[in-house]
Design a protein around this ligand. Structure first.
Ligand code: FEO
Ligand code: CA
Length: 707
């Protein structure tokens, strides 16, 4: 997600706090993404004003108890083995010795690195090809009308592919068919409607915007002879929008905190909002995280109940009118009319792709915050573990461990049992402790004397079922106001945690921390060993090893894998690998693994990294990252996305790669009259967020990715 909003100065509302000077300097960059995706989060006060500082006081106790990871340690404790399309299992697996090609690169990463660029298209290594699978406006529901940019309607949009698809997940269906899940994080009305008046949207525009949000489930078919993948109209296909019905389940469902005048049961919500990343579960469902939901609700500043106001502030609910003005047409988006309506967003959503009639659910047991997403991995005993990040400056990393083990076998009984797996369990938040003296964490990225940013960590219990572990808060309050609960137990303030995901081959867990230019600025938390750079503009990636290799463990060891940015910057770090041989990378966002356990990172930088050949800042892309052997830490750009786009939704298999370029053309000067990208349809067209399929061209059909 976004680098410090590059044009925050021009988008800040009256009364909002201005960015620090470092980040406020205007330069060519995103025009609308900061405002329409995050509600200008970077230009507003940091919501976390709690006092829990870095836990240096427990350093020696923690280290003597646990011991830190050793650089280059061979990891033999593994949970699960999976290709990107297969469900995780609990079969113990040993991390394979890094299998290398003749060129010495790990198998799967032996492609010609793509140079960083400012190309308005998909740039791939030689020998690779791509096609667009589905675009904004393409029919999803059978019978949906074809896209007509000049004559959009809410009814048509509710049957078509939504705007700004982010997460992408696939599961095998039959033959060469897959079922694909995409979420539609947010709409950008000024790019969707010619002559859009931001102060006076029409009701039709508002209703189209609501229908452009949400989720898509649809079937795709891959041609194994050519490598191309196409969307297919199928009875399984469906759209969920900002007005579709969702069930609230789990321990907070029905709570008075979730009741509204339209839903006195506190269990039925209309819509899902700002869904960012997600995951594919081992039991065959899709998860999606409701992220910057706060921006859709208005008038928090007029709330008089101090407790309600404090909770609204901690979640950054919009103080006055909202950006899209939905409250003018639906009063549930006005906090004064419905103070509990915002509490019904900020959850993890679960969708069963096999049952088009099932109502999707919001799982309260996984807590409420700005969920980047949730990825699941099975513990040694088969329980489901969901890893989650709260994407906000100085917010936290969480995990959930289910009470029950996943039922194997895919029988009806197993499916029914797994359908409630995420309703009962324990919610934890992470605390990180470094093993180097605080004086050695200088804030400029210099590696401490022991050679690593590393240490120990613990998962602090927040709640389990109806039991709260947070003094002064009931379990219901912990689930609904999880941020405040985590504040009270001393969680570690992180640099915007995005994807958190376990490597299916090694069991190690990786955390993408996208950036935080407020780190170390006046009045804010300073650098610590887990977040070692002040004004962290380019982000970093952590590597965790759960105790005993068990995802359900209460403690872990950790170290930093990458400190991102310009490799020529001495403050960057690529696991000790030769920095002259890596691709520049900034703002790590989404993570994926291929079947060999290689890490893949997609970026969301807003062109934050300016290099001599790309003074406008490098386009975002998908990078392969070596984790094992002598090339550990090597980053290699595999695919770059069009001008103004971020690279979302990576899926990496042996046969194909999927990426989702989001908000193409969102650059200074963008409008329907003056588009700044014409991808994917070419000259004379409007930019359209899309899913892209990539394959390697072989002598007689597609070859294996990365070999
Ligand atoms: Fe929507 Fe955290 O990116
Ligand atoms: Ca250290």
């Amino acid at each position: 997600m976004a680098q410090p909003c590059p044009d925050a100065g021009s988008t800040t509302r009256p009364g909002a706090v201005e960015l620090p000077l470092l980040a406020a300097a205007h330069r060519p960059g995103r025009l609308y993404t900061c405002r329409y995706r995050c509600g200008d989060a970077c230009a507003r006060p940091v919501p976390n004003r709690s006092e829990n500082e870095y836990f240096g006081a427990v350093l020696q106790r923690a280290i003597s108890r646990r011991g830190a990871l050793r650089a280059g340690a061979v990891i033999t404790l593994a949970v699960g083995s999976t290709g990107a399309l297969a469900a995780c299992t609990t079969s113990p697996a040993v991390a394979p010795a890094a299998e290398v090609t003749a060129s010495g690169l790990p198998r799967g990463l032996d492609y010609a690195t793509v140079p960083v660029n400012n190309t308005d298209g998909i740039t791939l290594p030689p020998g690779y090809a791509s096609n667009v699978v589905i675009r904004w406006g393409d029919p999803v529901v059978p019978g949906a009308p074809e896209f007509d940019f000049a004559n959009q309607t809410p009814e048509a949009q509710a049957q078509q592919f939504g705007y700004n698809n982010d997460f992408c997940g696939v599961l095998p269906l039959d033959g060469d068919r897959l079922v694909m899940f995409n979420n539609h994080e947010y709409s950008i009305e000024p790019l969707m409607f010619p002559g859009y008046d931001e102060e006076n949207p029409t009701e039709t525009q508002v209703r189209i915007g609501m229908a452009a949000h949400g989720l898509s489930v649809h079937v795709v078919e891959r041609d194994p002879a050519t490598g191309e993948m196409r969307a297919v109209l199928d009875p399984l296909n469906r759209r969920y929008t900002a007005t579709s019905e969702f069930l609230l389940t789990g321990p907070a469902a029905g709570s008075a905190l979730l009741q509204t005048s339209a839903d006195p049961t506190g269990t039925r919500v209309l819509g899902t909002l700002n869904n960012c990343a997600g995951g594919v579960t081992p039991w065959g469902t899709f998860l999606s995280g409701e992220e910057n939901f706060n921006q859709y609700f208005a008038n928090a500043a007029s709330v008089v109940d101090p407790a309600v106001l404090a909770r609204a502030e901690r979640y950054g609910i919009t103080e006055e009118a909202s950006e899209r003005k939905w409250e003018r047409f639906d009063p549930r988006f006005d906090m004064l009319a419905e103070p509990n309506e915002p509490n019904r967003f900020g959850w993890i959503v679960e969708v069963d792709p096999q049952d088009p009639t099932a109502t999707p659910v919001k799982r309260t047991a996984l807590g409420r915050f700005k969920h980047e997403g949730a990825t699941t991995h099975l513990a040694a005993d088969g329980r489901a573990v969901a890893y989650m990040g709260d994407d906000e400056r100085f917010d936290y990393v969480y995990k959930f461990v289910s009470d029950r083990a996943m039922q194997e076998g895919g029988t009806r009984a197993a499916r029914e049992a797994n359908a409630t797996l995420l309703d009962d369990g324990t919610l934890y938040v992470a605390r990180f402790t470094g093993d180097s003296p605080a004086a050695e964490i200088t804030g400029d990225g210099a590696v401490p004397a022991d050679g690593a940013f590393d240490g120990a960590g613990e998962w602090i219990k927040l709640a389990a079922g109806t039991e709260s572990f947070v003094p002064g808060m009931s379990a219901e309050e912990v689930y609904v106001f999880t941020r405040q609960a985590a504040d009270l137990v001393g969680a570690t303030k992180m640099d915007r945690p995005e994807d958190v995901e376990a490597n299916p081959v090694t069991g190690r867990v990786y955390v993408a921390l996208t950036n935080n230019t407020d780190r170390g600025t006046e009045g804010k938390a300073g650098p610590d060993e887990a977040n070692p750079r002040t004004t962290n503009a380019h982000g970093h990636v952590l590597e965790l090893e759960e105790d005993g290799g068990d995802a359900a463990a209460p403690a872990f060891a950790w170290r930093i894998l990458l400190v991102c940015g310009d490799p020529d910057d001495p403050g960057t770090y690529f696991a000790g690998f030769d920095k002259s041989q890596v691709s520049p990378i900034t703002s790590p966002d989404n993570l994926a693994f291929d079947g060999r356990g290689n890490l893949w990172i997609s970026t969301d930088s807003g062109r934050a990294l300016e290099l001599p050949g790309t003074p406008a800042g490098i386009n975002d892309g998908l990078y392969g990252v070596s984790l094992e052997g002598p090339t550990r830490g090597r980053t290699a750009l595999f695919a770059s996305v069009p001008n103004g786009a971020e690279c979302c939704g990576p899926v990496v298999t042996d046969e194909f790669v999927l990426i989702s370029p989001q908000h193409p053309g969102d650059l200074d000067g963008a409008s329907p009259e003056t588009p700044q990208s014409t991808w994917p349809d070419g000259p004379g067209s409007q930019p359209r967020p899309s899913v892209v399929n990539i394959w390697r061209e072989g002598a007689s059909g597609p070859g294996r990715i990365g070999e």
